[in-house]
Structures are given as structure tokens and as C-alpha cells.
Ligand binder design. Structure first.
Ligand code: NAP
Length: 239
């Protein structure tokens, strides 16, 4: 196994996650591309392999404790460490589910939908951090892909579950940044902007490449040496 840094990306079969995996591999990291669907994850890995990029695929549903533990065991046995964790997997089901004139109306969204979003967008990151931090050396980095929709300083209406999940993900960032600073592990949140993915839609204002850029910068750059902050386009933004 070549002496490369090891990077794990969740929800990496498409969208921002796949592009982050591609950019990290392009920078020379060994990327463990993860996805909940075997077929889609395998296809994504083969797409990057065709570009001669160093990538491997492991199945990971971020709502599964068993999957998180199995990934940790694989990484321990195959690589012995993890240098970068990008918690990217996320869902925004409120716009397409629940009855009512406005499916994202805070008075109508169901508790089941709220719990599902929280379990994926927030607890998914918690599961991976708990499973992989024991494998992280000093200097390792955790990047949580958050959203300005979780920023309390500019909170609007709609998308209650998504907003809760991303505000809480920012808490996950702050608490872990504080607890892990003594071990030299950096933990940050990123708002990627409004990006043209399945989630962002075709009318979004920025490319996937641009959406991935600050995530990759926080994951790798010697200039990005701060911890416990919320970032957008390489600048700190308010929580
Ligand atoms: N696009 C935007 O404008 C925007 C703006 C702000 C923040 N973000 C954040 O950026 C991140 C990536 O979003 P995107 O725009 O790239 O969306 P996307 O194209 O919908 O991709 C989401 C990814 O997450 C995966 N995923 C969902 N649930 C999962 C689970 N339980 N386990 C593992 N993987 C799971 C999906 O896998 P499947 O293919 O199996 O569904 C997919 O690979 C999300 O956290 C999102 O909240 C996006």
C-alpha cells in the first residue's frame, strides 16, 4: 500500500461527495469512497479509477451503526489510520414528502420525517466521528458539510427538519473541535453554496467543482489550520 494519506468521504456516489472524492484523489490522497448503495458506489469508484485516481469503495449507510463499525474495522486492518473524514451524506426530503399545500411548512412536517433527517444529516456524522477518531493521528481533519440553512443568525421559514439537522451538525462541529483540539484534530463546518446537484437542482447558482472546493481546502491545505469554525468560500461565516 503506497504511503498516502487516507480520506473517507460519505455519500460519495454522486453530487458534492463524488466531486470531493475526485479532488482529494487528484491531490494524491487514497480515497475511501463510501455510499449506501453497492451498485452506485461501485459505479462511482470505477468512474474515478478510469481517471487513474487512487480510490477504493466501501458500503456505508450513515444511519447504520454496524456499517460505521465495519468501516472502522476495515480501515484499521487495511490502512491503520484515517487522516481525513468528510461527513457529506445528507438528505432534504421535506420538499417532496408530507401532504399539505407547503410540504416544508413547520406546522405540517411529520415527526417521522424530522427524525429521519436528523438521523442521517446529524447522527450520521456523529456515528462516523465516534467510529473513526480512534484511527486519527495528530493533524487529522474532519469536515462536516453543513448549510447556511442551519445558520441561526439568518434563520428563515420552511425546511424545519433540514434546518434543525444542519444547526445541530454545527453543534457537532463545535463540541468535537473543542474535545479533539488536545489531540491536534481539526473539525470544521462548511456551507458549500447553492450547488447544481440532485439536491440543489438544475437552477442552482454554482458548479459542483466550486461547491467542493472549500471542503477540500479544509481537508488538506496547510493554510486551513483553524478548528471549530463555519466556512464558505475559504472565509469564516457566522453560525
Ligand atoms: N446542493 C446544495 O445546494 C447544497 C447546499 C448546502 C448544503 N448541501 C449539503 O451538501 C451535501 C451533499 O449534497 P448534494 O447536493 O451533493 O446532494 P445529493 O446529490 O442529493 O447527494 C447526497 C448524497 O448523500 C447520500 N446519502 C443520503 N442518505 C445517505 C445515507 N443514509 N447513507 C449514506 N449516504 C447517504 C446520497 O446517496 P444516494 O444516491 O444513495 O441517495 C448521495 O450520495 C449534503 O450534506 C447537503 O445537505 C448541499
Amino acid at each position: 500500500m503506497p504511503d498516502r494519506k487516507i480520506a473517507v468521504v460519505t455519500g460519495a456516489n454522486r453530487g458534492i461527495g463524488l466531486e470531493v472524492a475526485r479532488q482529494l484523489a487528484h491531490l494524491g490522497l487514497q480515497v475511501v469512497l463510501t455510499a449506501r448503495n453497492l451498485q452506485k458506489g461501485g459505479d462511482a469508484m470505477r468512474e474515478l479509477e478510469k481517471q487513474k485516481l487512487p480510490v477504493e469503495f466501501r458500503k456505508l449507510d450513515v444511519t447504520s451503526n454496524d456499517d460505521a463499525q465495519a468501516l472502522a474495522q476495515y480501515l484499521r486492518e487495511q490502512h491503520g489510520r484515517v487522516d481525513v473524514l468528510v461527513n457529506n451524506a445528507g438528505i432534504l426530503p421535506e420538499s417532496s414528502r408530507d401532504s399539505g399545500a407547503n410540504a416544508s411548512d413547520a406546522l405540517k412536517v411529520s415527526p417521522v420525517t424530522l427524525m429521519e433527517i436528523f438521523n442521517t444529516n446529524t447522527l450520521g456524522a456523529v456515528r462516523l466521528i465516534q467510529a473513526l477518531v480512534p484511527l486519527m493521528p495528530e493533524g487529522a481533519r474532519i469536515v462536516n458539510v453543513s448549510s447556511a440553512m442551519g445558520a441561526l443568525n439568518d434563520m428563515g421559514g420552511g425546511y424545519l427538519g433540514y434546518r434543525i439537522s444542519k444547526a445541530a451538525l454545527n453543534v457537532v462541529t463545535r463540541v468535537n473541535a473543542s474535545e479533539l483540539s488536545a489531540r491536534g484534530i481539526l473539525v470544521n463546518s462548511v456551507h458549500p453554496g447553492w450547488v447544481r446537484t440532485a439536491m440543489g437542482g438544475p437552477g442552482a447558482s454554482r458548479s459542483i467543482e466550486k461547491g467542493a472546493e472549500t471542503i477540500v481546502w479544509l481537508a488538506t491545505s496547510p493554510d486551513a489550520d483553524e478548528t471549530g469554525h463555519f466556512w464558505h468560500d475559504r472565509k469564516r461565516i457566522p453560525w
